[in-house]
Design a protein around this ligand. Sequence first.
Ligand code: 0A1
Ligand code: ZN
Length: 912
Amino acid sequence: MRYGQRPPGPANSKPRINRWIRTGTRSWEAATRTETPPTVRLADYRPSPYLIRDVALDIRLDAVRTLVRSTLSIEPNGAAEAAGAPLRLDGEHLELLGISLDGERLAPEAYRLEEGSLTILSVPDRPFILEIETICNPEANTALSGLYLSNGIFCTQCEAEGFRRITYYLDRPDILATFTTRITAPSTEPVALLSNGNQVEAGTTADGRPYAVWHDPFPKPSYLFALVAGKLDFVEDSFTTMSGRQVALRIYVEPGKEDRCAWAMDCLKRSMRWDEEAYGREYDLDIFMIVAIPDFNMGAMENKGLNVFNDKYILALPATATDADYVHIESIIAHEYFHNWTGNRITCRDWFQLCLKEGLTVFRDQQFTSDTRSGVVKRIADVRLLRNQQFPEDAGPTAHPVRPSQYIEINNFYTATVYEKGAELIRMLRTMIGPDSFRRAMDLYFERHDGEAATMEQYIACMAEASGRNLDQFFRWYEQAGTPSVTVSTAYDPASGTFEIRASQKTPPTPGQPDKQPVPIPLAFGLVGPDGRDMALDREGLNAPADVLELTEASQVWRFTGIKQRPVLSINRGFSAPIRLQTDHGDADRLFLMGSDPDLFNRWEAGQIYAKAQLVELTRAVVEGRPLWETPDFAAALERCLADPELSPAFQAELLTLPSESDLASEIAANVDPVAIHHARRHLSASLGRSLHDRLLEAYEKAETSGAYLPDPDGVGRRSLRAACLSLLAAADPAEGARLAIAQINADRNMTEVFSGLAVIARLDRPERVEALEAFYRRAGDDHLLLDKWFALRATAPFSSTIAEVRALLDHPQMSLRRPNKVRALVGTFAAGNPVAFNDISGEGYALLADVLLRLDPINPQVAARMAGSFRSWPMLEPKRRALAREQIERIRTTPDLSRDLGEIIGMIAKG
Ligand code: 0A1
Ligand code: ZN
């Protein structure tokens, strides 16, 4: 029998008690949709009345009828006041076959089966054993939560609440149990059978099926459970930990893809070493496994000892993956690995504490990349991400605190706010207490809470205790949504040699939070003298360890004396706080900082601020039909930076890259015309491309890399400089741009160069475009990762005609709404990466997204809800587009039977 086909059901698979809720004509996913899903509130958190100590799972795999026998050692929770309470277990889409308590089969009157739960009405007030037998259907699981099939491979995704789709359980993160998992293959064919922990047994059943038993000695919440089974091959390596233990490392991939795992393995070993060196954290099992699968709702998942990855974040060869892919792989491998301590050993008490593991782990992966590559370039990338994704979220209808206080569907809260702003809060804490105290505080956190499910308060208590600082006010950052705006002005009095800095803060209202309190804002700063150096300052009166001003009140003043010449203030260095900043700098100050600030981040930032101000004005001129202008001073400043041998190519590339259209939209914030923004940005790019033509061409040629491809910081930096130069040259002269891009594609040195050439061509309205994209399609063949790149390139063209092209591509034989990567590549890129076509004045772009979301929602609600986020900035659009977008949002909102996921998000968005 071919693997993946349904084998004859096991003899005992006939339902004995069939209380499965039949779905009629509605889809499987729609079966549990209710009209008014309940809101879950942090304030309602109560410890569970029961604990589960050990779990034994016996899982007999079958594509459509997987049998799960679960044996749970349960005991009343002494800490909870619910003696004698019924035992309510979570469960969804399960067919219940039977339940026994301490070996006695339960009669149907002894329990209640409802949508989403199974309640045992009476249980002993001592430890007892509960055995439950259920059936689930992996093949029907298109939501990819629970046990599902990805290209014939059985795999699980249990975060946040997927375990309840495998068996009835106390599916909440504060229930920590040890797991022993026996997996029986679906047929006699040999397959990999994997779960968490260490393998303790393997063999063949009487009917010839392979089986394996895994035991994970570390108590863990159910969301960290994983099972993978299927035709997979692996590459193997090993790692010696700091205490000298040998750990086997394995990466499992679909057969034939083993040659694409070398980079991922290298990243894993470097991550393991880094966590030992930076945080003293050692790996704890005998084996660490990664499995790469093609269908996954997110990037990757940190299941204990068995990370599951979207294969685009594992597979890489120079001919198939770009530098950006290599760098993503590195940071995601690190992120998932670092979760072993921040997330797994210490997990979250409840889902409101998600930032405890995610913000902290993002911060740790940022540190790793920063140490591995260029610190400033990494910081710039993180700030760009924050501005492009988190700031608009914080300014729109889906704004929520880093630690939300309520949700309807927790999967909707895996957001840029929880992850990226969450990481910024950890970074601020470190800035405020200093790196040494921070490390001591982390040690204390690990020591105090290892093996526990913790809260944000407990984490902050460690920070406060180790540093001796009161961090009560800091906690507001976790509870208040919205990006604080900080206004800074300065005054210099040459007569007394006094320099004064005034700063004030204000956080705008966000949904449900009309009034905001001041938060502590650490502002790293320096006073830059005319010689381009920081002036030595009397640090007295500064309330932070380094050169940091702490703005804790609504407004504050700092005064410095003995200042002999007028300095230029460089503030929020390294983006020390995630704020919007308004200074009283004039253009001359900005250009000066761009050329001279000793803080490299702020050199870049000065250029961005200068360009942003110009672009906002140019956009206004486009809207009003006024003539546009050149920016010779800015061009000259860029030219000086390009000629500066002290600046790395990677940093120069960042200087040459203008603020994104989404960043500009959130800067303009009202009556936004995305097409006008696009024209203004293209105009400035073209103008810079013309005035810097020779310099750009020279830099482009000089940065060419030779020899074997390596994703090292220097090579990546050179190629990114080439891409930045090419983009400006193409804006100035599309014919020349196309010629250079085609040459780069044809040279075929590596996928980075090919793809950056294609990215330019794909956005040009020129005859070469069609031919180049067709050639790339032919080259992609059936390589699904290359096909995703092709879909994304097709979706990215900034023309109205792209809407019809994307619509047509939805019927392409390689496109499927069941495959998240495909949908994201085509529709996600269109909606989030092509503001011109998406916001086309016809409204057809909005209609296209709405159509896809309504088709996708019954198949995969999580992915539908996430993509609906592209509608979230509608309230700031100009009136015509606003009305068109609103119409589509309402069409979605009023569609019956929306999933909880899409229903919650679209409901929030519709409120505006
Ligand atoms: N915890 C993972 C991300 C993740 C979250 C939810 C998922 O399914 C709904 C899957 C993965 C991480 O931070 O990497
Ligand atoms: Zn994470």
